[in-house]
Write a protein that binds this ligand. Structure first.
Ligand code: TMP
Length: 234
């Protein structure tokens, strides 16, 4: 039985990465083998692209360059990591995927969504996750919470951080439009409150998705470590 492909989306500071880790532990405790990964990145080549993408030195890069970079990373990620894990019956928990490109480059940078769809066809054949959790909160609250722990830990200087509140407001509205257009795939999680209140909503989603724990073929597989991630900072 193939694994499930589940993505976590939201603004920087939405808490998605913290909850993704907790979901991985929750699933492992129920015998579900998981692969925890992220974008841009997830492979050695993807991490190199991530470095280019986030580095403030390339501040002249526009929305098109950004989209080309993230889709190059995504194609390699799918080929090298995501599809092989799913084929092996492992559930993949991915921190960001193509909805991020629609929200950030499409809505945030004003790149036509039709162009993003074309790139998506080229890079992924229009690969859609089985389920997506969207961590939603007002953009000013997300900005006040700041960076995700892994970005602080890796000391990445972030080009996107230079963006003002109006950019993040467009990104949030973009995410909500995506959720409205695909209600069967996206579950909107209100992450504006306390961490535990957010977790209860997340847990409810996974209790429905994995009511009986692991499909037997997935139990024996080991969790898959992320390349270049040996210090546990993500
Ligand atoms: P994160 O790994 O902490 O979420 O940071 C990645 C940053 O890259 C975040 O600001 C969102 C941005 N991003 C895009 O703009 N487009 C994309 O397609 C992806 C995957 C990320």
């Amino acid at each position: 039985m193939r694994g499930r492909f589940i993505t976590f989306e939201g603004l920087d500071g939405s808490g998605k990465s913290t909850h993704l880790k907790r979901v991985a532990a929750w699933l492992e405790a129920r015998g579900v083998a998981t692969c925890v990964t992220h974008e841009p990145g997830g492979t050695a080549m993807g991490e190199a692209i991530r470095g280019l993408f986030l580095n403030h030195r390339w501040e002249q890069a526009d929305g098109r360059v950004e989209a080309l970079l993230v889709f190059a990373s995504r194609r390699q990620h799918l080929i090298e990591r995501i599809e092989p894990a799913l084929d092996a019956g492992i559930t993949v928990l991915c921190d960001r995927f193509t909805d991020s490109t629609r929200a950030y480059q499409g809505h945030g940078r004003d790149l036509p969504l039709a162009w993003i769809d074309q790139l998506d066809q080229l890079a992924t054949g229009g690969r859609v996750p089985d389920m997506t959790l969207l961590f939603d909160l007002p953009s000013d609250v997300a900005r006040a919470r700041g960076h995700s722990p892994h970005r602080i830990a890796s000391k990445e200087v972030d080009r996107l951080d230079a963006e003002g509140l109006a950019f993040y407001q467009r990104v949030r509205e973009g995410y909500l439009a995506i959720a409205e257009a695909a209600p069967d795939r996206l579950r909107v999680i209100d992450s504006s409150g306390e961490k535990e209140a957010t977790w209860r909503q997340v847990e409810a989603v996974f209790e429905k998705l994995f009511p009986g724990g692991a499909p037997s073929s997935a139990v024996a597989s080991a969790a898959v470590a992320e390349p270049g991630e040996t210090d546990g900072s993500r």
